[in-house]
Ligand binder design. Sequence first.
Ligand code: ZN
Length: 304
Amino acid sequence: MMKKWAWTWAGLMALAITVGSNAAERKLRVTATTSMVADLARQVGGDRVQVEALMGPGVDPHLYKATATDISKLQRAQVILYSGLLLEGKMDDLFAKMRGAKKKVYAVTQDLPKDKLLMPADGSGHPDPHVWFDVQLWSQCVPTVVRALSEADPGGKQVYEQSGKITQDKLAKLHHWAISRTGELPKENKILITSHDAFSYFGQAYGFEVVGLQGISTVTEAGLADVAKLGDFIKARKVKAIFVESSVAPTAIKRISADTGVKIGGELFSDAMGTPGQMEDGYDVGTYEGMIRHNINTVVNALK
Ligand SMILES: [Zn+2]
């Protein structure tokens, strides 16, 4: 009797394990590069997807090279989503290779209208990749994510389309909040000085004059001449605060603060979101919405 029960129990356990793992297997496996792209995939994919981000909090995508573990994660993925516009400059060849191997690879920015992209004055000829800081523009990446997930999982198409719409509604609300919150600052205070040129789209969308110490990419470091020039600018324009970034070493900004006496207004999330679960004013800074709210509240409070 005892033995029979034991067998039945073992059988049930085995069944439970099989059912459990099948449910996990049925989820669409999505691998994303940055945390912002992963957030977009989670918003659109909901319960049907299992999203993994390669780059965690504080990681700089401009300098990021894929590890052996990343490559096997990308190979296992059913859909690969990256930000694009050469943000992940050192992974571009890898994406081309994966595409060649018939993987489903999409840059979430690939369908943005070209006339919405900013062309930096540095003469590189490449558009500025930091589009997520204009919430309305980032929202225009949603249809690409909907299409990417639907092509890999046609049965979920309606679900993805519906959550895509909900995501865009949420982003429209966030965009309007950003406009009204930044509107609290007088025009002459709306100068945003940060470590690297990540905030041009932000500046355009919310009316800030933006100055980055390093260029669009963090590959080239700031020279002494740049530091001195920025110091003069800060004094001439009576700038109230400058900002460090979560994914860039703060050394140069700290030196400028020490040289000019301007205060550091806080740390902004530039090319990576915060730590998931870390709450601030009721928002998780490990989400896209929390990242945007943190940045805008930090900037407005410091420049008021
Ligand atoms: Zn950047």
